[in-house]
Design a protein around this ligand. Sequence first.
Ligand code: AMP
Ligand code: ZN
Length: 495
Amino acid sequence: MRPDPSITVNNMKANKLRRDFDVTLTVYNTATRQKEPFEPIDPQHVRMYVCGPTVYDYAHIGNARPVVVFDVLVRLLRRLYPKVTYVRNITDIDDKINERARREGVSIGELTEGTAKVYQDDMAALGALPPDVEPRATAHVRQMIEMTEILIEKGHAYAADGHVLFDVTSMPAYGDFANRSRDEMIAGARVDVAPYKKDPMDFVLWKPSDDETPGWDSPWGRGRPGWAIECSAMGKEYLGVTFDIHGGGVDLVFPHHQNEIAQSSCAHDGAALATYWMHNGFLMVEGDKMSKSLGNFYTVHDLLKEFRGEALRLTLIATHYRSPLDFTKAGVAQAKRTLDRWYRAVDDVEAAAELPPSVFAALSDDLNTPQAIAEMHALADKALAGDRDAAASLRAAGEVMGLLQLSREDWEKGRTKAVWVRVHRAVPAREVSTVVTAKGFGRYSEETIERLIAERVEARKAKDFGRADEIRKDLENKGVVLEDGPKGTSWRLKG
Ligand code: AMP
Ligand code: ZN
C-alpha cells in the first residue's frame, strides 16, 4: 500500500507539537481514578467509543454535554495523531422506545428515524462533527447474539426462561471498575429479583419479546438485546477487542459500563475493553436537577430557537468536563457576549497553522477547557489591541474548541451553519472516516473546506458564479472534489 503522504505530514506535525511545547496529553482515567499520560495502543490510529443517545425523544441539554466534550477531545486527538476513529452509537431499541412507539401508534423504526435525525441536526448545530461511524443497535443484533453465545460457551452466561443472563459470580472482578460493594450495586442498579436469576445482580444479555414487542429470532427464541451488550458488540465491530478511549456521562459508570466491561473482557479471555475511561459530570439546569415538573427541562431543539448553537456550545465547555455544570439561560447570554467580542477580535483573519501553546497546554491537561477559554480571552485582548498574530492564534484555538468557525460578518448577521449539516449528511459515515483520515496539513483542514463550500453556496445564491468557480478550482488544487447533488454539496478527496 502506498503510504498516505498526509499521514507523514500530520505525524511530523504531532511530533513537532510535542517537542515544541514539551507537553503530553494527560487524561483522568476512571478505571484507575487518576490522571495518566495518554499512550495510544497504536499511535498511528487512535480509537474512541462514546455511548450515544437512546432516541425515544428529543435530546435534552444534558445529553449534549458528552457530545460537545468528546467533540473537543476528538478535535484535539486529530491534531496529535494521524488517524482517529470515533464511534458513537445510536440506541434505537430499548423499552422506552418500545413504549413510546406503542403509545404513538408507530413502529420503532418510524419513531427512531425521526428522533435520530433531529438529534444529528441538533448536535451539528452545536458544532459537533459527526462521528466517523454512528452505528445503530438494530443493525447489529447478529453481533450481539454472537457475543452472547460466546459468553454462554465460556461459562459466563446462562439461558433461563427465554432470557440470557450474565452470571456475575463467574467474574470475581465484577464491581471493581465501578468501585462499589455488592450492596451498593444491588441498590444502585435497582435490580429486580426475578425467579429466573441465579443471583439478583445477574444482568440481562437477551430478553424475550411478546408478539406486540419488536424482536429478533435467536437461539433462545424471539427476543431483543439488553442495553450494555449493544455497546460491547458495536465497539468490537468497529474498533476491535481493545481500544483506547471509552466515554460517556458519569451516570453510565454503573451499571452500564461495568456491564460492558464484564461482557467484553469475559468474551475475550480477560482482554481490556478500553485502556482509558472518561466520564463527563452531570448537568443541572437553573440550579436544579432537570425535570418536566420544575419547568427546567430544556431540549436542545427548543434552546436552539432561542440561542445560537455556538453560544450553547461555549456554555457547555466553560466548565471543566468532570465538574458538575449548572446550565442557566443567563450563562448562555453571557457566552453569546463573549463570542460577539471574540468575533470582533478575529475579524477576517485566517487561522494560524499552529495551535497557540497556552491553549494546547490547557487542553492537554485533561481537557481543561475553562483554562483554554481564559487563554482565548487573553488572545482576544491582544487582538483587539491590534495584534494580528494573536487574532490568527485565537482562530486556531477556535478550530480545536469548535468555536469561531464563521466569518465575523456571518456571525453578526446571525447566519448559522445549516449548510454544513447538509454537507455532512451527504457523506455516508464510513466515507467521512477516510476523509478525516486523509485530512492533511498540506491540504485544507476539514473546517476550511466546509467554510469554503458554505461560501460557494452563498456566492451561487448571489449569482456570483465567478467566485463560486474560483472556490471549486481552489479546492480542486488541494485535492478536494465537490459534488453538487439534490441534497446539497458533498466533497471527497481526489483519487
Ligand atoms: P441517554 O440517552 O440517557 O442514554 O444519555 C445519553 C448520554 O447523555 C449519556 O452519555 C449520558 O451519560 C448523558 N447524560 C444524560 N443526562 C445527562 C446530564 N443531565 N448531564 C450530563 N450528561 C448526561
Ligand atoms: Zn454504552
